[in-house]
Unconditional design. Structure first.
Length: 400
């Protein structure tokens, strides 16, 4: 019988922790360090913050080497994180109860129409939800009687009351335009549907030191590998979740992104410094198909889980910016630009269709801006020249 690893619930100071006990073993110690566990001399055991996620991670990691035994203090049952997709499905089911049989038939036809145009499943889901709301709002109104004023009222009564963002508002109008194309008998005139102007927000970008702090404060090996790959290769979160092990060429340091945004394939570079982390991650977690997998073998990881542990890591690193997985992609592009990489190569690595999309990073890059001298600095330098050195004209002087 294999030696056991015993997990129990305990308390260190005021904190509830997961205690990990096992006989001395170099392999198990290495696993503990990869999990981000801490050693406590007084209790002579390793420990992690007590949470269901840490229990599941410990069970999976130690279970590859030893039998894991749960203390009676732990009531544990494996559970799947609630993803955004599951929540959307639940809301969709509640709303669909307000539809007639004819409404449901039309919606099924609309979804079939969208898929026939080869739109992505994400776009199909988004448009479907908006048209579902629009259909409920119309309360069975005949297709031939629907006009532009109905759309305006829907925006006024639903979109405004729900405080939709500008981007969501634009999605609603795009969905209704597709709806009008699918139902030519309606009186909605597409040219008369105006979308609000797109917001021109500059992306949030982490400094290089903040990226290092973020990775240092991500103690879990799987989480660190995910965040490191998002930043080092500039991946979108959907691209990382769909990334398969067969698409990673370690020897050539290339990662093949299959069917990215806009149904485009591309290659990105793998950072040299990521290779060792990647090998350690493979040895510990042994994924079968995807780069990062869920609780079941071959099951895809969820975007919700990535956002959750990224939020925890930012809190530990004391990063107060609003950071999302896409922030790491923005940071990757901005840092490349500051290193002097040509904008055309950055566009290719990011998979942008238009150079205008990549140009936004020129507005947040500090490479050229730091070379611009403020006129105040110029004035101070002129006033402190040898001929004016006797004048106390520094900003630190009270009589400035």
């Amino acid at each position: 019988m294999r030696e056991q690893v015993r997990l129990s619930k305990g308390k260190i100071g005021t904190k509830i922790v997961l205690l990990i006990r096992f006989a001395y073993n170099d392999e198990l110690i290495a696993v503990s360090r990869h999990l981000g566990a801490y050693w406590n001399r007084q209790l002579t055991c390793w420990y992690l913050p007590f949470s269901k996620q840490h229990i599941e991670d410990a069970k999976r990691a130690y279970g590859r080497l030893r039998m894991v035994n749960f203390d009676k203090t732990i009531r544990y049952s494996a559970s799947k994180p609630v993803s955004r997709e599951r929540l959307v499905k639940k809301i969709r089911g509640i709303r669909s109860k307000q539809l007639t049989a004819e409404d449901k038939r039309r919606l099924r036809g609309f979804v079939k129409y969208l898929r026939g145009k080869l739109l992505s499943e994400s776009t199909v889901r988004t448009y479907y939800i908006h048209i579902l709301d629009f259909t409920i709002y119309l309360k069975g109104k005949a297709i031939v009687d629907i006009e532009n004023r109905d759309v305006e009222r829907f925006v006024e009564d639903v979109c405004v009351s729900r405080k939709y963002s500008v981007s969501t508002h634009r999605q609603v109008i795009s969905a209704i335009k597709q709806f009008a194309s699918f139902h030519p008998a309606c009186r909605i005139e597409n040219p008369g549907l105006e979308r609000p102007h797109k917001s021109r927000f500059l992306p949030v970008v982490l400094s290089k030191q903040e990226v290092i702090d973020l990775l240092r404060n991500t103690r879990n090996l799987k989480h660190k590998a995910v965040l490191a790959l998002l930043y080092s290769s500039g991946l979108r979160i959907g691209e990382l979740i769909n990334l398969e092990l067969n698409d990673i060429d370690v020897d050539r340091r290339q990662i093949f992104i299959r069917n990215g945004k806009g149904r485009k394939d591309r290659y990105v570079i793998m950072a040299e410094s990521f290779r060792q982390l990647f090998q350690n991650y493979l040895m510990t977690y042994k994924p079968k198909r995807f780069f990062v997998e869920g609780q079941k073998e071959g099951e895809q990881y969820t975007p919700t889980s990535i956002r959750q542990f990224l939020k925890r890591a930012c809190k530990l690193a004391r990063i107060n910016k609003k950071v999302t997985p896409h922030t790491l992609r923005h940071s990757y592009a901005t840092h490349l630009l500051e290193q002097g990489v040509d904008l055309r190569y950055i566009q290719e690595l990011l998979g942008h269709s238009r150079p205008e999309t990549t140009m936004i990073y020129t507005h947040v890059s500090k490479r050229d801006m730091l070379n611009i001298e403020s006129p105040l600095d110029t004035l101070i330098k002129q006033m402190t020249t040898p001929q004016n050195k006797n004048n106390n004209n520094s900003l630190s002087q009270e009589n400035f």
